[in-house]
Design a protein around this ligand. Structure first.
Ligand code: AMP
Length: 291
């Protein structure tokens, strides 16, 4: 695995990769991009495996993007373990690791930002002002820097995936560079908690309590699917999270799976339950299909 820390190194390495088509065919090599902030776990590695299965070469990025963190968020505390992450990516067959520092990503004088309206508003967009502007801007830069044929994102960050898909459509990023934005289902711990780099902030007691999140979500979904009034089930979910040890609930909402518009009842189109809740200083998010 090659590692690039500067845009020049990245471009040189990409040129060599593009020249070598994995299957020995005449068509240009396909490149799958897996953007991450590092502190890798099985969720990230599942994205890498999906990329390997679909593309000739995998490029992973590790960049703890300062512009998607709010002033009182965990930017400084966010776990950084480049050597360990690098070994994990190499073992998964990643061809190229793009690991710029903040100065390489945002050189002096950097002055641009991308705002995706609609799907970025509400939910995490409301709890974390500016977060999705930071995500959209850095992901657009990653697409332009790497020019992948495919890009892989986790459904764990459901609203993020919706924002990226909208941006790619609006800004014509999906062709010719990114032909496909692929959402990969959430990878969970055996007890159901969605894997997250932030789970390591939890004390053993909080980690046990955190299981309430997927358990209470499944219970609410079963009620809604049986025909209960969703607002009663969401109230029950909120109460169950607080009773289970969560300190507050940012949101627990039933939404249209595509538009992320709130739903008061199940209709013909796919629905999704989105939740964000805080336990101690840690904010956990999860989402599941409904119906
Ligand atoms: P992050 O490093 O948290 O920015 O995540 C990088 C990518 O991994 C994003 O596309 C996430 O949605 C995805 N991801 C994080 N956790 C999981 C998980 N438990 N299952 C699937 N994908 C995940």
């Amino acid at each position: 695995m090659q590692t690039a820390n500067t845009l020049d190194m990245l471009r040189n390495n990409l040129a060599s990769l593009r020249a070598s088509s994995g299957a020995g065919s005449a068509s240009p090599a396909t490149i799958g991009l897996v953007p991450t902030m590092g502190a890798l776990h099985e969720g990230h590695l599942t994205l890498v495996r999906a990329a390997r299965a679909q593309c000739d070469h995998v490029v992973a990025s590790i960049f703890v993007n300062p512009t998607q963190f709010g002033p009182n968020e965990d930017l400084d505390a966010y776990p950084r373990q480049l050597a360990e992450d690098s070994a994990m990516l190499e073992a998964e067959g990643v061809a190229l690791l793009w690991a710029p520092d903040a100065a390489a990503m945002y050189p002096d004088g950097f002055a641009s930002s991308i705002r995706v309206e609609g799907v970025s508003e509400g939910f995490c967009g409301a709890s974390r002002p500016g977060h999705f502007d930071g995500v959209a801007t850095v992901v657009c830069k990653l697409f332009n820097q790497v020019q992948p044929s495919h890009a892989f994102f986790g459904a764990k960050d459901y609203q993020q995936l919706a924002v990226i898909r909208q941006m790619a459509r609006d800004l014509d990023l999906t062709a010719p560079h990114v032909d496909a934005i692929i959402g990969v289902p959430t990878v969970r711990e055996p007890d159901g908690l969605a894997m997250s780099s932030r789970n390591r902030y939890l004390s053993p007691e909080q980690r046990r309590q955190a299981t309430t999140l997927p358990t209470a979500m499944r219970a609410a979904i079963a009620q809604i699917e049986q025909g209960d009034d969703p607002s009663d089930s969401l109230d029950g979910l909120h109460a169950a999270l607080l009773a289970g040890g969560f300190d507050s609930v940012d949101y627990a909402s039933l939404v249209d799976a595509r538009s992320l518009q709130g739903l008061t009842e199940l209709g013909g189109s796919a629905a999704r339950l989105l939740v964000a809740a805080r336990i101690g200083g840690t904010r956990l998010i999860d989402n599941m299909a409904v119906g």
